[in-house]
Write a protein that binds this ligand. Structure first.
Ligand code: ADP
Ligand code: MG
Length: 344
């Protein structure tokens, strides 16, 4: 038994549109942005993850960067495969031929059969001997510590980079599932547009994301407001780099419409929930997870809209990978929520 476990490698992978995380033996060993950099001519992979992100929006003819997942689906198969392989290579494979590699990979629930097959194929390329997929809301629920097997309904709102997924889970299944393509990336785009419109300043995606993290807010008034944030960009009029300061109130205004769209999706999901489960949710409340859960005031805003308690998951950026890892640790028990190779 001991000898066998020496040659065992088990990986839980959260393949997110914004971030890819891997847990090995209960420890997060990879936590990188989902992005690949290529040499344009040779098509060779130059870098994956953080290193590739540093090149993003600073590339020239020789290099291009690709985010393989967009809007919760795999937009570029080959890039997705290269990314998965590159990230697994970061951890290092144990002795290749003797090692039994087992993986559970978390996928957005909107992906097609063809895309599922592509994910299985990527797993084959890294010599996985046993691969399962798990749907994101299910992994999120497990990661939050909810008992997904119980006959009790729980609503999970996962706000990632590309999609917001709202699911009701009970009895090891996804009862209702709403997915909208408004999430972190959209808020970032809102901020870029706002800066251009309001301040005549052009900023890149990464600067806009920093603004969102530092002074992003779902509410126009916060009890504990963040300090104004210095933004560097290019003046639209003069073409010269300049610096301005933005307030959280401005950002609350800039992203308000997108937040409203998320709120409306939550309301639609509640409407689509069967009454017995709705009565559970009235008691248990809503669980917010994914990077978007960190947006200031979002819990309060959704709570006042729905009149329901809203809980923010602990470490929301890692809830999904933790849940994936929990499923991996006990694949027999969680077989009802796992998708095995043969089923697609
Ligand atoms: P995915 O599962 O799609 O990879 P994540 O759950 O990793 O997405 O969340 C990534 C998103 O969360 C990004 O759009 C990122 O900008 C956003 N995000 C991260 N931290 C914060 C924060 N403090 N406030 C608002 N948004 C955040
Ligand atoms: Mg995610």
């Amino acid at each position: 038994m001991k000898l066998f476990s020496l040659f065992k490698q088990e990986l839980a992978i959260d393949l997110g549109t914004a971030n890819t995380l891997i847990i090995q033996d209960g420890v997060v060993v990879v936590d990188e942005p989902s992005i690949v950099a290529y040499n344009r001519r040779s098509e060779e992979t130059i870098a994956v993850g953080r290193k590739a992100m540093q090149m993003h929006e600073k590339t020239h003819e020789e290099i291009k960067t690709i985010r393989p997942l967009k809007d919760g689906v795999i937009a570029d198969f080959k890039a997705a495969e290269n990314m998965i392989e590159g990230m697994i290579r970061m951890i290092g494979r144990k002795r290749r031929f003797f090692t039994h590699l087992k993986m559970v990979i978390c996928i957005p629930s909107g992906i097609t059969e063809v895309e599922k097959r592509a994910v299985f194929d990527s797993a084959d390329h890294v010599d996985s001997k046993e691969t399962y997929l798990i749907y994101e809301p299910m992994a999120a629920a497990l990661g939050i510590g909810l008992d997904v097997e119980e006959p009790i309904g729980n609503m999970i709102i996962d706000i990632g980079g590309g999609t917001t997924e709202i699911a009701v889970i009970a009895l090891s299944g996804i009862v209702t599932d709403q997915s909208i393509r408004i999430a972190g990336d959209e808020l970032t785009t809102d901020i870029m547009n706002y800066m251009k419109r309001q301040h005549n300043i052009l900023i890149g995606e990464r600067t806009a994301e920093q603004i969102k993290i530092h002074v992003g807010s779902a509410l126009p008034v916060l009890e504990d407001p963040p300090a104004d944030f210095a933004v560097n960009g290019r003046d639209l009029m003069t073409g010269i780099p300049k610096q301005i300061f933005v307030t959280y109130q401005e950002i609350a205004h800039a992203i308000d419409e997108s937040i409203t769209a998320i709120e409306e999706a939550v309301l639609r999901a509640l409407e689509a929930t069967p009454p017995e489960l709705a009565s559970d949710i009235y008691r248990t409340g809503l669980y917010l997870t994914g990077g978007g859960a960190l947006l200031r005031g979002l819990d309060k805003r959704i709570s006042s809209k729905t009149k329901l308690p809203v809980h923010v998951a602990e470490d929301p950026l890692r809830a999904v990978v933790r849940g994936t890892s929990a499923a991996l640790a006990d694949t027999d028990r969680y077989m009802p929520i796992l998708i095995p190779r043969g089923s697609v």
